[in-house]
Design a protein around this ligand. Structure first.
Ligand code: LFR
Length: 492
C-alpha cells in the first residue's frame, strides 16, 4: 500500500463522511472510515448549522483515520455559499446560518436598488438564488449591521474549518465563486459589488487556487488527538466542483449532471460566458479546479424526494429510496408535471401537498398515491434537465452527444433512464462517489502523485465502473416535454 494516504471530508446537506484514499496500481482506492449526520438546528426563526458539532465530527473522522494507518493530508468539501464570522481574536461570532433560512427573502430587490441586476450579473456571472452569500451578507447589512461591525473575517464553510485546523485564513477559489461577490472575469473579489453594498473588503480573505496547501494541522490539535503532522489542502472545496473533477471523460467539451440533494447541470469552460442569453437563462459561471469555469444551472434535484420521504415519515410511514423508486415505476407515467424549481418547493415541509396544489392550480390530474408523487417528481426533473440542456446549448453554441451523470443520486436508475429518454441522449452514469474521488484526486495532485486534471480523470475512469442508459419511448417524452414547457411558460 502506498504510504500516501489522504483523508477526504465530504459534507452533504444531511450527512458527512470521512474517506481515506490512496493510489494503487494506477487506481484510486477508497475506504469510508466515518459517517455522521449533519443536522441543521432551528432556534426561534433562524435555521443554523451546528458548526461546532461539525468540527467535532472532523476530529472524530481524523481519529478513525489514525486507526486506519493515518493520513499525509486532508481536504474538506461542503455545499456552497454559507459562512462563519470571526472576531479579531479569531473566535466564531455565531453559528453559521443555513442557506435555506429565509432571512434573505426580498434581499435581491434590496441589492438591485443599489446595484442593478444586470450589473451584478455582468460582474459575478452567477445564477441569482436567494441563498447566495451576497444576499445573506446584505441581510446582515440591512438587519444586523452591528454583527458585521464586530466581524473581522468572513470564511466560507470549508475555509472556516481549514482555519480551525491550521490557524490560516484563506478563501479557496471554487468556493469563493459561489458567493456572487467575485469578479468572474478577473477572478478576484469585486470592488464594485463590495463598495455598492457597503461590505467591508477586509472581511474577505485572500483567494487561493484549489489544491493550495493552506498549512499544517496545528500543534494543539495534533497534541489533543495524538496525530502526526499532516497538510491541510484546500481542495476544490465546493462539493460540486470536487464532483466535476471526477467526471470520467477525456473530452474537452462534455456535459455533466451532478446528482444529489441538488442537481447541477453544466459544462466545463476555459472562460466564463457572460452575455444576454446567460443572463436571460440565469445560468451560473462557477469556478472549477485549475482555474476552469463551469457554466451550470442549479436545479432543485432529489431534495424533492428526500423531503417528501421525510413528510411521509412524519405521517408515520417510512419508505426506503429503493422502495419509492419501485412505487414510481408502477405508477401511470406522463400524467402530471411540476416545475421542480418553483419557489414553494424550496423550503422544508409538506412537499407532496405542495405538488398536489401545483397540479390543481395548473389544471392537471392530481398525483394521489406515493408512487404517483415520486413518478411526477422524477419525470419533472428529467424534463427540467432537457429544458436546461437547451439553455446551456444556446449559451455555448455547441451540442453534445452524451450526458455524464455523477454523484449519489445516480443510484436512482429510474432518474438516469428518464434523463436519457427526456433528453434523447446517451447517459453515462458514474462514479457514484464523484465528490469524494474529486477531493482525493486534488489532494493527490497537490502531493505530486498525480500530474494533472486530465491524468486524474484517466485514473478515475480506470478506477470506477460506469453504466450507460439509452433513450427510450421517444414520442411519449417529446409530447410530455411540450406539455411541460407550456406549464413552465404559463407559470413564469
Ligand atoms: C450542492 C451545492 C450547490 C449549491 C448548493 C447550496 O451540494 O453545493 O452547488 O448551489 O449546494 O450551497
Amino acid at each position: 500500500k502506498s504510504k500516501n494516504q489522504v483523508l477526504a471530508f465530504d459534507f452533504g446537506a444531511s450527512s458527512g463522511r470521512a474517506i481515506i484514499g490512496y493510489l494503487e496500481d494506477g487506481k484510486i482506492k477508497m475506504e469510508e472510515v466515518y459517517r455522521f449526520s449533519n443536522d441543521p438546528v432551528t432556534v426561534g426563526k433562524t435555521m443554523y448549522w451546528d458548526t461546532l458539532r461539525q468540527f467535532f465530527e472532523i476530529k472524530q473522522g481524523m481519529l478513525k483515520a489514525k486507526q486506519k494507518g493515518g493520513f499525509k493530508s486532508l481536504g474538506i468539501d461542503t455545499w456552497g455559499v454559507d459562512f462563519g464570522l470571526l472576531d479579531e481574536h479569531g473566535v466564531l461570532l455565531e453559528n453559521a446560518i443555513h442557506y435555506r433560512d429565509d432571512r434573505t427573502l426580498g434581499m435581491q430587490e434590496e441589492v438591485f436598488k443599489v446595484l442593478p441586476k444586470d450589473r451584478v450579473y455582468n460582474l459575478s456571472g452567477n445564477q441569482f438564488e436567494n441563498f447566495n452569500t451576497i444576499f445573506q451578507v446584505y441581510a446582515l447589512v440591512k438587519k444586523r449591521p452591528w454583527l458585521l461591525e464586530r466581524a473581522e473575517t468572513l470564511l466560507l464553510t470549508p475555509d472556516l474549518f481549514n482555519y480551525f485546523l491550521t490557524g490560516e485564513k484563506k478563501a479557496e477559489y471554487t468556493m469563493a465563486t459561489t458567493t456572487q461577490l467575485m469578479d468572474a472575469k478577473n477572478r478576484c473579489w469585486s470592488q464594485e459589488i463590495l463598495e455598492a453594498l457597503e461590505i467591508p473588503e477586509k472581511l474577505l480573505a485572500e483567494i487561493v487556487p484549489s489544491g493550495t496547501t493552506v498549512g499544517e494541522l496545528s500543534e494543539d490539535i495534533c497534541e489533543e488527538l495524538g496525530l502526526e503532522k499532516a497538510k491541510v489542502i484546500s481542495v476544490a472545496s465546493h462539493d460540486t466542483q470536487s464532483a466535476v473533477v471526477a467526471v470520467p471523460t477525456q473530452k474537452e467539451d462534455f456535459l455533466f449532471i451532478s446528482c444529489g440533494t441538488w442537481s447541477l447541470f453544466g459544462t466545463e469552460l476555459k472562460e466564463p460566458i457572460i452575455n444576454e442569453d446567460s443572463l436571460k437563462y440565469n445560468v451560473s459561471n462557477e469556478g472549477g479546479y485549475g482555474n476552469t469555469t463551469t457554466l451550470l444551472k442549479n436545479i432543485i434535484g432529489l431534495w424533492l424526494v428526500q423531503e417528501s420521504r421525510r413528510q411521509w415519515m412524519r405521517e408515520g410511514v417510512e419508505y426506503g429510496f429503493g422502495e419509492l423508486e419501485q412505487l414510481a415505476t408502477k405508477a401511470k407515467p406522463f400524467v402530471s408535471f411540476i416545475d421542480p424549481d418553483a419557489p414553494e418547493f424550496n423550503t422544508a415541509g409538506n412537499i407532496p401537498k405542495r405538488i398536489r396544489q401545483f397540479c390543481a392550480r395548473t389544471g392537471q390530474a392530481i398525483p394521489e398515491t406515493v408512487g404517483d408523487v415520486v413518478c411526477c417528481i422524477n419525470q419533472s426533473l428529467a424534463l427540467k434537465y432537457r429544458y436546461t440542456l437547451e439553455q446551456i446549448e444556446a449559451c455555448t453554441k455547441k451540442t453534445y452527444p452524451e450526458i455524464h451523470m455523477i454523484g449519489g443520486g445516480i443510484q436512482s436508475k429510474l432518474l438516469c433512464q428518464m434523463t436519457a429518454s427526456a433528453n434523447n441522449k446517451k447517459v453515462i452514469a458514474g462514479p457514484v462517489e464523484a465528490t469524494a474521488l474529486g477531493n482525493i484526486a486534488v489532494q493527490l495532485m497537490a502531493l505530486g502523485e498525480i500530474e494533472n486534471l486530465q491524468k486524474a480523470r484517466e485514473i478515475i475512469r480506470a478506477s470506477e465502473d460506469t453504466k450507460e442508459y439509452r433513450p427510450e419511448n421517444g414520442e411519449d417524452w417529446e409530447e410530455a416535454y411540450q406539455k411541460f414547457k407550456q406549464i413552465i411558460i404559463k407559470e413564469a
